[in-house]
Design a protein around this ligand. Structure first.
Ligand SMILES: Cc1cc2nc3c(=O)[nH]c(=O)nc-3n(C[C@H](O)[C@H](O)[C@H](O)COP(=O)(O)OP(=O)(O)OC[C@H]3O[C@@H](n4cnc5c(N)ncnc54)[C@H](O)[C@@H]3O)c2cc1C
Ligand code: HEM
Length: 385
């Protein structure tokens, strides 16, 4: 991306940002007027998608100077779009409607140079998404159908759900996937995979039903053995580099335990044991639903230490929020840290670890923007990175 294009686009985005919601609504109105059949690709309620589109634009424009990060992100996004039934032919029309909507809200500031800059930026982004999607189509299905083969309820609002994909599902321990249930067609939600890959091909998820949540309640309270769900491709960068050989610090809150349990299993499978400390926190004792299994595993595995923490309750001499417990255990400069759970806990723990001297590149977590709802405030997201 040429620097003048980046400058024009940034200036234009600053101008239209205050009217992002209207712009997005206008974009979809144009798109569905031009091609009504595209409405079927989207969920019945479009509020979340509206936010996501604007977020994607900001991310792309913000990363213009960092082509590697941009191509990795857009490649993953393009592969992921196959599950929505998006095909190459859709991209041109979406680009036209997007640029037309931006023009509509730019007023007098819109000129040919800005239009051309946007056209080139969209074409470059679309080419990366299309290229990755076409390459992926040679080796993978657009999504994986999977049958529910086990459904347990360790607590009223938590289900441990195991599924068998009909085709091989490639992933690494620590990654997540997206799930569409038969009860909410076109509504996809992210869930971490709670086990390391093994010969059985089974995948386990830990799902907590959130108040009025569509997909989580369906999976916890409605799903039964034999039901079929759809899985998107595996996503996420929270995977262990076994070559580095660093000791591993895992910090889990609630169902954030899932990807960290998978990571611990993967370390056990490799046989390349290194010290693993797993801090596991919850606001009340019933939230530590996986504790017994973990304690049993640690009895067989001298390299694994489990440190539970419950707010306002002392367990084995430890009390307080998991980030306080973490602070009490002191510096760990050469450790790799993996954090997973509610945004507040992930952000607090990341801050504690940085204060204890752990370099940011050794602190790994999934996007905190969407996991378990919105984060406490935007500046604290910045602080975590
Ligand atoms: C990378 C990633 C991994 C994730 N892994 C897991 C996982 O392993 N297990 C898991 O259970 N969830 C996980 N989530 C969260 C999951 O994707 C959904 O956001 C969650 O299940 C809610 O979806 P829903 O359709 O039930 O609720 P929605 O229909 O999306 O939300 C309904 C209402 O509930 C509110 N809400 C959403 N989340 C919460 C919350 N935590 N507490 C209170 N209110 C809330 C919403 O604001 C909305 O008002 C993960 C999210 C991400 C981004
Ligand atoms: C450069 C081009 C594009 C970009 C940057 C982009 C970006 C995004 C992003 C970031 C999401 C949210 C994904 C998630 O959070 O899981 C999304 C979802 C989606 N996109 Fe795109 N997209 C592009 C092109 C297209 C095209 C051509 C179509 C075809 C109509 C399309 C249809 C969809 C659909 C159906 C969803 C899911 C909506 C939902 O779940 O709410 N996108 N897109």
């Amino acid at each position: 991306m040429a620097a003048p294009d980046a400058e024009l686009i940034r200036a234009n985005l600053d101008l239209v940002a205050p009217r992002a919601a209207d712009l997005t609504a206008h974009f979809y109105a144009l798109l569905f007027l031009r091609e009504p059949s595209l409405r079927d690709l989207f969920p019945p309620a479009m509020d979340t998608q509206r936010d996501r589109l604007v977020q994607a634009l900001i991310r792309i424009v913000g990363d213009l100077e960092n082509a590697d990060a941009l191509s990795g992100y857009l490649g993953r996004l393009g592969r992921d779009h196959r599950k929505f039934d998006v095909v190459t032919e859709h991209y041109a029309l979406v680009g036209e409607c997007l640029v037309a909507a931006i023009a509509r809200f730019s007023g007098d500031a819109w000129d040919q140079a800005t239009a051309d800059a946007w056209g080139r930026a969209y074409a470059a982004a679309a080419a990366l998404m299309i290229g990755a999607a076409e390459a992926d189509a040679m080796v993978n299905p657009p999504y994986w159908t999977a049958e529910i083969v086990a459904h347990e309820r360790p607590a009223d609002d938590i289900a441990v759900v195991t599924v068998r994909p009909e085709q091989h599902f490639p992933y690494r321990a620590g990654q997540y996937t997206t799930i569409e249930t038969p009860w909410w067609p076109r509504v996809w939600r992210a869930y971490s995979i709670a086990n390391a890959p093994d010969d059985s091909g089974l995948l386990t998820f830990h799902i907590r039903a959130v108040p009025a949540g569509w997909v989580s309640n369906a999976l916890v309270r409605k799903a039964q053995l034999g039901d079929r769900i759809k899985l998107g491709p595996a996503l996420g960068e929270m995977v262990v580099n076994h070559d580095a050989g660093h000791p591993v610090l895992c910090v889990a809150g609630g169902t954030g335990l899932a990807p960290l349990k998978a990571i611990v299993e993967e370390i056990a499978h490799t046989g390349l044991y290194r010290a693993v400390d797993l801090f596991y926190g919850a606001s009340e004792h019933s939230g530590l639903y996986g504790l017994d299994d973990l304690l049993r595993l640690s009895q067989r595995s001298p390299w694994l230490t489990i440190r539970p923490a419950v707010d306002d309750l002392a367990i084995a001499g430890i009390s307080g929020a998991v980030s306080d417990v973490l602070a009490a255990y002191g510096p760990r400069h050469d450790w790799d840290a993996y954090l997973s759970g509610p945004p507040e806990m992930v952000l607090d723990s990341a801050r504690v670890l940085r204060r204890l001297g752990l370099p940011p590149e050794q602190i790994h977590h999934d996007p905190v923007l969407t996991r378990f709802g919105p984060p406490p405030s935007a500046d604290r997201i910045g602080a975590a990175r």
